[in-house]
Design a protein around this ligand. Structure first.
Ligand SMILES: NC(=O)c1ccc[n+]([C@@H]2O[C@H](COP(=O)([O-])OP(=O)(O)OC[C@H]3O[C@@H](n4cnc5c(N)ncnc54)[C@H](OP(=O)(O)O)[C@@H]3O)[C@@H](O)[C@H]2O)c1
Length: 315
């Protein structure tokens, strides 16, 4: 049966924040496709999660060329979702993708060259069954490609009508400054910076990136806001079989030291004292930081998303 979005999707408690000095409002909670949307994952569950998200005001989906596994398959899932569910709602969605990490073999399928970025976006559009993305990112800083080459490629994706806005992810501060100046001079302002900020990792704050963004009207979106699940009740009493850590690729068991577990339990106690879950507490903490536009959560079930969405409800 064709999906029909909930009539009350904009009245269910979601709040929207202006993304830097732009016209774009982003939901305070956005949904990432890094895990749970690949060809290895059941499509029905991916579909259910996205329906739940959109029905609750999550209008921003974040992808990258190589999300899966297999590489490209999260974008293919997005394409299928466009056909099955979201085509009538295209103008209500803000869809992002990225290029910067390894995607295809050979010298042109990685890093920051114009050759890679332009070809990759073309492929992403084909996989997602889209004419344009709302946001195209350089996924990482490339120390060996002239920044101007990467940045001009971003500008040109906008000129070609294949992206409406551009962003950068994981760029160091000085390169971020260069990106900001270059893009401004070429009339394609830097919309947003995507970095890892959570209660366990405050690097973008410590490195001055968040202050730079706030001072210059650039939005900031926090990826892995729950530290891949560590900042939830997932690992407080062991490692569940169906968890990301038990798969062991991106979240390793060695990370869960006694010291970390103690810290998580302390955070959990603080959260409980405030009548919150740990996940809710961790997300609220991020949303209170200066310059944060949105938290970009992952979820392997609608139940997790439901819990995470509590961070936008009034205390
Ligand atoms: N720019 C970059 O380089 C970069 C890097 C990483 C991520 N990202 C983006 O950020 C998005 C989010 O990253 P992430 O998936 O690491 O985010 P996250 O929100 O920190 O972690 C999500 C994972 O935590 C667990 N979880 C979430 N909510 C939970 C809850 N309420 N209770 C218990 N467990 C819960 C689930 O893992 P289980 O599988 O264990 O259930 C879920 O898949 C990605 O999808 C991607 O779009 C970008």
């Amino acid at each position: 049966m064709m999906y029909k979005a909930a009539d009350n999707r904009y009245d269910s408690g979601m709040r929207y924040e202006r993304c830097g000095h732009s016209g774009v409002l982003l939901p305070r909670v956005s949904l990432g496709f890094w895990h749970n949307f690949g060809s290895v994952d059941p499509y029905e569950r991916s579909r259910e999660i996205t329906h739940y998200a959109f029905d609750h005001g999550i209008t921003h989906f974040d992808l990258a060329n190589n999300y899966g596994p297999v590489y490209g398959s999260a974008e293919e899932t997005m394409g299928r979702l466009m056909d099955d569910s979201f085509r009538p709602y295209r103008d209500e969605l803000f869809i992002a993708t990225k290029a910067g990490y390894d995607m295809w073999p050979g010298p042109y399928g990685n890093w920051g060259s114009r050759k890679y970025l332009m070809a990759s976006l073309e492929q992403s559009l084909r996989r997602m069954h889209l004419d344009y993305v709302d946001l195209f990112y350089s996924h990482r800083y490339d120390p060996e490609t002239p920044l101007e080459e990467t940045l001009q490629a971003l500008v040109d994706t906008v000129r070609q009508g294949k992206a409406l806005y551009v962003g950068i992810s994981r760029w160091p501060l000085e390169a971020t400054r260069t990106a900001y100046e270059y893009l401004k001079a070429h009339d394609v302002p830097l919309l947003i910076y995507q970095g890892r900020l959570n209660m366990l990792d405050r690097t973008p704050q410590e490195e001055g990136i968040m202050d730079f963004c706030a001072d210059h009207g650039v939005g900031f979106i926090s990826f892995s806001p729950l530290a891949q699940g560590l900042l939830t009740d997932r690992y407080l009493n062991g490692v569940p079989d169906d968890s990301r850590m038990s798969k062991g690729k991106f979240l390793k068991k060695e990370m869960l030291t006694d010291e970390l577990l103690q810290r998580l339990r302390d955070y959990n106690r603080q959260a409980q004292d405030r009548g919150e879950t740990l996940a809710e507490h961790a997300l609220r903490w991020i949303l209170e930081q200066r310059g944060v536009t949105s938290v970009l959560v992952g979820a392997s079930s609608t139940a997790q998303l439901e819990k995470n969405l509590r961070c936008v409800s009034p205390v």
